[in-house]
Design a binder for this molecule. Sequence first.
Ligand SMILES: Cc1cc2nc3c(=O)[nH]c(=O)nc-3n(C[C@H](O)[C@H](O)[C@H](O)COP(=O)(O)OP(=O)(O)OC[C@H]3O[C@@H](n4cnc5c(N)ncnc54)[C@H](O)[C@@H]3O)c2cc1C
Length: 414
Amino acid sequence: MNSYSGFSLFRNALTGHRHWSRAWRDPVPKKHYDVVIVGAGGHGLATAYYLAKYQGVKNVAVLEKGYLGGGNSGRNTQVSRSNYFYPESGAFYEHSLKLFENLAQEINFNVMFSQRGVLAICNSPHEMELYRRWANAIQMNGIDSKILSREGIKKLIPHINLDCRFPVYGGFIQKRGGISRHDAVTWGYARQASAAGVDIIQQCEVVGMDSSDSRVTTVHTTRGTIAADKFALCVAGHSSQLAAMAGLRLPITSIPLQAMVTEPVRPILHTCLVSAHIHVYVSQSDRGEIVIGGGADLYNSYAQRGGLPVQHENMEALLELLPIFSRLRLMRQWAGVCDMTPDVSPIVGKTPIDNLYISTGWGTGGYKAIPAGGDTLAHTMVHDQAHDLLKPFQLDRFETGHLIDEGAASGVAH
Ligand SMILES: Cc1cc2nc3c(=O)[nH]c(=O)nc-3n(C[C@H](O)[C@H](O)[C@H](O)COP(=O)(O)OP(=O)(O)OC[C@H]3O[C@@H](n4cnc5c(N)ncnc54)[C@H](O)[C@@H]3O)c2cc1C
């Protein structure tokens, strides 16, 4: 595998860029693996990478029904932050943010992580009180968070309309939060996992499973039957379908979440802006597009499209806050299928089926969790017990009642 560097770019330029090696192999599936991971999104690929690189498990396959990164990992709005309310979430997402801070070096792929700050604004005095409490809780978790006045917000985003439909009272910012390039994250993990020996098998849909003695023995795929000692499901919005193949019922519902981008313009927005009240969040990508997200489509669906009314709501909200964008043309719109738990926190780890592990419930916020999700699930699979950071995020919390209610921590409520 070529190393990606300024030097290799220069050297390959001399031969017209015709001699780069393929980023990942295209292997024929084997009959048996030590570990089979279903789903080549960020979580499946990162888990494979950490298994191969740090846990010494290299006989791993990642099975993907479409193309890698074609699920939510290539459809999200790329925001990373660790400003969650509960200490359990703070510890987990902070681990992920720290891994993000070094990810480009770790996987030798420029993931373009730009720590430009994630600013949440308040549009009522009561919301301001709640945000003060939230910002304090974040600081108590040992994570950076700063309250901003109206003037402070105007300084960061001069074009914002502070006296919009619901006047802006203030907000709080996590300066270490930011955005990165989501394709680069999945491609980077895929490239390194493949180089370490992992077979990434695309166009390979899992359509059934065989079990015996409370163990999954094989998966049936569109490219044949594959056996393994351990299996992991990292299939986001399709988690309940795949778990049902193993006889497991999950507390997951699947809903579409949309995003859209405008035509590219010169740098104008240097912070990720979130308004839960006006109900929109927005940032500018390194390519110059204005990236817009908002509330989810609140019906169950597996269609990666989303409905027109939500697009209108998102646009109205954006233009309320930033009327300067009114003449930009919308270039693309799409949706991903999100895996929602009742407490809006993930479920990661062992299942009641002995050799079946799961990474789900990431909902509308699992992009930021990809490095930590992969790292801790790989550890859990090898040691067959939950990584310390994952202990609060086990499936049995829905029996014991130890929920981690992070519904309010989504950028906007869903
Ligand atoms: C519009 C949108 C905006 C978002 N914005 C953010 C954000 O700003 N920040 C953030 O942190 N999170 C965000 N998220 C959430 C984040 O994208 C997801 O939580 C995360 O990408 C989930 O990763 P994953 O690897 O679990 O799932 P995915 O990336 O969806 O990967 C699952 C894979 O499983 C495959 N699969 C499914 N069924 C099968 C099968 N039967 N056989 C084989 N393969 C199968 C799918 O094809 C898919 O490739 C957003 C999501 C959406 C949709």
